[in-house]
Design a protein around this ligand. Structure first.
Ligand code: NI
Length: 183
């Protein structure tokens, strides 16, 4: 029988004041535990549902496109990004032990600033990010993967990898000049 309900599980996401968000997460060894696989699936479901407006409203989910394991208090180098590349269409990225192996010279910033599921307030200011990055790491089965990301997706990868190193996005905002100008 087909399940008629989606998995609407709320995640226990740490708030920015929690010191566990400020630590360097540990490298992951393969094979992954069943528990880690389940957590990955719960995160994918959450991020997907949270970006579908009707579901997010109905279940009061804060929208987010990425989450890193340390945000759940798990010191593991695993990031998940659910990218809405087209209206209502999502690509899932699960990268274990991710590393940025190359980046563009060009720097960009999300125009409206960045948000984070661990930061329950608006933080104003531009976060400088590489316009393009190549990320290497492993998938859930331990296969080596390589992803080229640009623009919004590039920003998301840098934001999530920062979480593995205890960095929150607002650390990177220039306090004296928080906004860029085109001129
Ligand atoms: Ni975040």
């Amino acid at each position: 029988m087909k399940k008629s309900t989606k998995n609407i599980k709320k995640l226990d996401i740490l708030d920015e004041v929690d010191k566990r968000l400020r630590t360097i997460s540990e490298e992951v060894k393969f094979p992954l535990s069943e528990e880690d696989k389940n957590t990955i699936n719960d995160i994918i479901d959450y991020l997907t549902n949270s970006q579908i407006e009707e579901i997010a409203e109905k279940y009061d989910l804060r929208p987010g496109m990425g989450l890193a394991f340390p945000q759940l208090g798990l010191s593991k180098r695993i990031i998940i990004i659910v990218h809405e590349y087209e209206d209502g269409k999502f690509d899932n990225y699960v990268v274990i032990n991710p590393k940025i192996v190359s980046n563009s010279e060009e720097i960009i910033a999300a125009e409206a600033g960045e948000g984070c599921l661990s930061v329950n307030r608006d933080v104003e200011g531009h976060v400088p990010r590489f316009a393009r990055v190549t990320v290497e790491g492993y998938d859930e089965n331990g296969n080596k993967i390589r992803i080229r990301a640009r623009e919004e997706l590039s920003i998301a990868f840098q934001h999530e990898i920062d979480h593995l190193n205890g960095i929150l996005f607002f650390d990177r905002i220039n306090k004296k000049k928080p906004f860029y100008s085109e001129n």
